[in-house]
Design a protein around this ligand. Structure first.
Ligand code: HSE
Length: 437
C-alpha cells in the first residue's frame, strides 16, 4: 500500500545568492524536478528569493529577484541559503550571517573554503546548522561526502586528482590535436569551463584550493591554500608533450595529497607525468577524476564532469535535498574532523622521479659533465636520450626516485655547467601505485 504523505504542510524555503552559470542551472533543474526533490526531502522545497547583481538579465519572475543580499540572509522565512557568488567577500560575511540567523548553508565556493573553512565550520557548530559544499571540488563528482562518510572507517594514504577541467581540456588538446596552449584555453573559455579570470586555472590556484579542501577531509587535518605548493601548466611546451609521448605518458595537472614516510602530509599541485596505463591518463577533455590509495579499500577512482553549470548543479541539489531532510527531521549531518593535525611537509621533502630536458652543445664530453652533476647530487639516472638539433643537442633524462631537494640542486648546478645552454623543463612523475611500478 502506498501512503501519500501531505508534503505541503512541511516547507523548506530557499534563498540563492548568485545567479551565474551554476546558479541558473540549480534554479532550472530544481524547478523541473520540484515534485521529485520535495518527495525525496520529505517537504516542499521552494526558492523564495534570488540575489543577483544585474536584475535585468535573469528572466526570473520580478518578485523573486533582489539586489540586496540582506533580503535573503536576514529573512526569517528562509531556511537554506545557497551561496554561488564565489570570491571571498561578500560571500564570507553572507555565509557567517546566514548561519548566525539559523540558516543552513550550501556553497560551491572553493576559494573561500580553502582559506576560511575553519571559521565557517566553527560558526556552523555554534548554531548547530549544516554547511555543505560538495560542488566546491570536482563539480558533479561525489567525492567530499565519500571522504567524510563512506571512507571514515578507512585511512587515505594518497589522493591524486585531476580537479581542474580547464587545464585538463588544454592539455588534452595539446596532446591529441597538437593545439597551441592559447588556442586550447580560448576553447575552454568558450565552453564555460574557465574561471572569470583564467589565470587561476592555468596557474594551478583553482586546483590548489581544491587540494586544500580534499586534503583537509582526507587527512582529518585543517589545510589552507597557502600550505599547498603550487605550479601551473603555463610552461608546458610542445617539447614536453613530445617527450611525454615518447615515454608512453601524458602530462596532467595533478592535485596530490599523501602521507609521507616521515608521517607528515605533502599537499601540492603540479604538472605530472602519468603513464598511459594509469586510469588517470584516460581522463580527457574537461573531465575530472580523483584517484585514492587507501589502507583498506586499496585503490578507488571517482570520475565525472568537474565543471559546467548543469553537472555542478547535481552536486548543489544533492546537498540541498540532504540538508532539507536534516532540517525537517531537526538533525544535522556529520561534521569535519581535524583531530589528526598532521604536520604539512615542505615540497623539498617529497621523493619523486623527474624528467629533465636540457639544450646542450653537441661536443665530446657533454654526457660526462652532465652525468657528473647528477652523480654529485646522488641522483641516479634511469634513462637518457639525446636528439641532435643542428650544432646543439637536446638531452632528455629520466631520473630514479630522488628527494625533491636533490633534484632541485641538480637543476641549479646543471644550469651552471658550461656545455648546458638551457635547462628547459623539469616535470615530476606520478608517485608509486601498483599501476606505475
Ligand atoms: N574553472 C574550474 C575548472 C571550474 O575548470 O575546473 C570548476 O571548478
Amino acid at each position: 500500500m502506498i501512503i501519500e504523505k501531505d508534503l505541503s504542510a512541511k516547507k523548506v524555503r530557499i534563498g540563492m545568492l548568485g545567479f551565474g552559470v551554476v546558479g541558473r542551472s540549480v534554479y532550472e533543474k530544481l524547478q523541473e524536478n520540484l515534485a521529485d526533490f520535495s518527495a525525496r526531502a520529505g517537504g516542499t522545497l521552494e526558492i523564495v528569493k534570488v540575489a543577483v547583481r544585474d536584475p535585468k538579465k535573469t528572466g526570473l519572475p520580478e518578485n523573486l529577484v533582489t539586489t540586496n543580499i540582506e533580503e535573503i540572509i536576514s529573512n526569517p522565512q528562509i531556511d537554506i541559503v545557497i551561496e554561488l557568488m564565489g570570491g571571498i567577500e561578500p560571500a564570507k560575511t553572507a555565509i557567517l550571517k546566514s548561519l548566525k540567523n539559523g540558516k543552513s548553508v550550501i556553497t560551491a565556493n572553493k576559494a573561500l573554503l580553502a582559506e576560511h573553512a575553519r571559521e565557517l565550520f566553527d560558526a556552523s557548530d555554534v548554531v548547530d546548522e549544516d554547511i555543505f559544499y560538495e560542488a566546491a571540488v570536482a563539480g558533479a563528482i561525489p567525492i567530499l561526502r565519500p571522504l567524510r562518510e563512506s571512507l571514515v572507517g578507512d585511512k587515505v594514504l594518497r589522493f591524486m586528482g585531476i580537479v581542474n577541467g580547464t587545464t585538463n581540456y588544454i592539455l588534452t588538446k595539446m596532446f591529441e590535436e597538437n593545439m597551441s596552449f592559447e588556442q586550447a584555453l580560448k576553447q575552454a573559455q568558450n565552453l564555460g569551463y574557465a574561471e572569470s579570470n583564467p589565470t587561476s586555472d592555468v596557474s594551478g590556484k583553482d586546483a590548489a584550493a581544491k587540494a586544500a579542501i580534499l586534503g583537509s577531509l582526507a587527512f582529518h587535518t585543517p589545510i589552507t591554500i597557502d600550505e599547498v605548493s603550487c605550479e601551473g601548466i603555463e610552461n608546458i611546451s610542445a617539447w614536453d608533450v613530445a617527450a611525454a609521448k615518447s615515454l608512453n605518458m601524458v602530462i596532467k595537472l595533478l592535485a596530490i595529497g599523501e602521507i609521507t614516510p616521515s608521517n607528515k602530509v605533502s599537499i601540492r599541485v603540479h604538472p605530472t607525468l602519468v603513464p598511459n596505463s594509469h586510469p588517470l591518463a584516460a581522463v580527457r577533455e574537461s573531465f575530472n577524476a580523483i584517484f585514492l590509495d587507501t589502507l583498506l579499500a586499496g585503490e578507488l577512482m571517482f570520475y565525472g564532469r568537474g565543471a559546467g553549470g548543469v553537472p555542478t548543479a547535481s552536486a548543489v541539489l544533492g546537498d540541498l535535498v540532504a540538508i532539507a531532510r536534516h532540517r525537517l527531521s531537526e538533525v544535522t549531518g556529520p561534521e569535519e574532523t581535524d583531530y589528526a593535525d598532521y604536520e604539512i611537509a615542505s615540497i623539498s621533502e617529497i621523493i619523486t622521479q623527474g624528467l629533465i630536458q636540457m639544450d646542450v652543445r653537441d661536443i665530446p664530453g657533454v654526457l660526462e659533465q652532465v652525468a657528473h652533476t647528477f652523480a654529485q647530487n646522488e641522483v641516479s639516472i634511469q634513462a637518457l636520450r639525446q636528439n641532435g638539433r643542428g650544432d646543439d643537442a637536446e638531452l632528455v633524462v629520466m631520473t630514479h626516485p630522488a628527494s625533491e631537494d636533490r633534484l632541485q640542486n641538480t637543476l641549479k648546478q646543471l644550469a651552471k655547467v658550461p656545455v648546458v645552454k638551457d635547462v628547459s623543463s623539469f616535470i615530476r612523475v606520478a608517485g608509486n601505485t601498483s599501476y606505475i611500478n
